[in-house]
Design a protein around this ligand. Sequence first.
Ligand code: FAD
Length: 543
Amino acid sequence: MKRIVVVGGVAGGATCAARLRRLDEEAEITILERGPHVSYATCGLPYFVGSVIPRESDLLVATPKLFQERFAIDVRTGHEAMAIRRIEQQVVVRSLADDKTYHLPYDALVLAPGASPVRPPLPGIDLEGVFTLRTVEDARRIIERVGKVGARKAVVVGAGFIGLELVENLVGLGLEVSVVEKAPQVLPPVDPEVAGVMATVLRNNNVALYLMEGLVAIEEGLVVRTTSGRELAADLVVLSLGVRPETRLAREAGLELGPHGGILVNEEMLTSDPRIWAVGDAVEVTHVVTEQTGLLALAGPAQREARVAADSICGRPSRFRGVQGTAILQLFGTTVAMTGASERSLGMAGMLGYSVVHLHPGDHAGYYPGATPIDLKLLFRPYDGKILGAQAVGRKGVDKRIDVLAMALQMGATVFDLEQSELAYAPQYGSARDPVNLAGMIAANVVRGDLSLGSWEDVISGPGLVVDVRSPEEFERGHIPSAINLPLPQLRRRLGELPRDRQLLVCCQVGQRAYYAARLLSQRGFQASILSGGYRTWQDLTA
Ligand code: FAD
């Protein structure tokens, strides 16, 4: 009989233990969890703070009793793994209730300790009223603070996914919320123009956004001081500055760590010790597009890694394929999502030979009431059309487009596959030419050489001439400063007004009319490129 010990009983640990039981009825499986709960919905915590999820019990997906009754798994909450004795194959465990220590032998050990919120050693960081959010208890403490002091003002430091989810929920509770973020944009994993849309959403919902301002100190009475010298008074402060993998156990046991400080594992989630596996936020992962290693704190990868580790422990040939960073967030009714590489991550990986198209199709057919635009960005390899990444923002239909693109990316698909994809269509849901098809068609036109893409940088500093083919009324309402207006219906008869020795950067509202114009112009001997996504993308880029 195999003795398997799992350290950590939430996303990765609980999943791994349950699969282990399904694969091996004989194994003796123990979960050690230092907190009071196992298998709770971490991702629901911001919504519990905001009372969207009303009861704490709604977050508790499973209990130790359920694990015992259903899976014959011994869950020990309030038990912390203190050390690993690799030679003896034992975990040193402390029972937190009575402070007693004991040794637990293992044949296989799984580390799923997660990651802890970053708390920089700044003045005032430990003051009452300063919080981080990782556990149910953290959420309860924030809720208590809001009620106890009748909080009216909150400062959230850090504008990542979790920080912004909290912002929305605190606003929902009626608080005045300020966000302090060191980077020049919110949501660092997405590219600036996509993040810009979300920044506007925040501002439109009365959130005060202080970008390029780092936290310097929190003063008595809860005054947040930033690098620009700004002082923000608050009744509560939540630090949402990212997470650090919990590697103390692994490090002290001499397991190899990766260059980013996470536990190093192979494709079977096996560490440098052949009897110890590791999964979840604590491990280093490889990005399927950039092939760079890094850390990624997401529940989906943790679950999949846990399944692979369980398979590997039970001798099944399972391999983790890597991560693609698919993530999604809703803020005040607007959804932003991404999959694969961003322009920034491609740049950091030195993969500069990529192309980008922007488009702004409706989430469903325009003739059916209620269609809203999706800002969609697709990154692909210009020489063979391989999909590298996608980002989208909009009020409806963003999740399904990014999920379709995530699946395509995982399968190694090209823009030609998107062009040919057959997707569900009735007017309420999409268009006969779905946004995913459309993105594929535009990108495929580029790869085939039917369409040349002008770069948005050229608009600012290049020698090209920006030709806006919208109507004079649309042009009047707002245009790129250097643009001339030559409406599409007049283009054929006014070709003589355009220079043949200059690159023409053709622009319209969202890209469609510019494409027609560029096809016309290039067949008439002009050097014409389109500014993909049109004036709408320009507005996002310069917001
Ligand atoms: P965890 O789920 O954190 O579990 C680790 C457990 O190990 C902890 O309970 C800890 O107490 C225990 N532990 C650590 N050390 C020891 C020890 N020595 N002995 C005993 N026990 C130990 N991801 C998404 O994909 N989508 C979301 O919407 C999303 N929202 C989130 C919202 C919040 C507020 C937070 C905090 C995270 C969110 N995440 C989200 C991230 C996601 O929750 C994590 O990626 C996932 O939980 C990681 O799983 P894990 O098993 O590695 O770690």
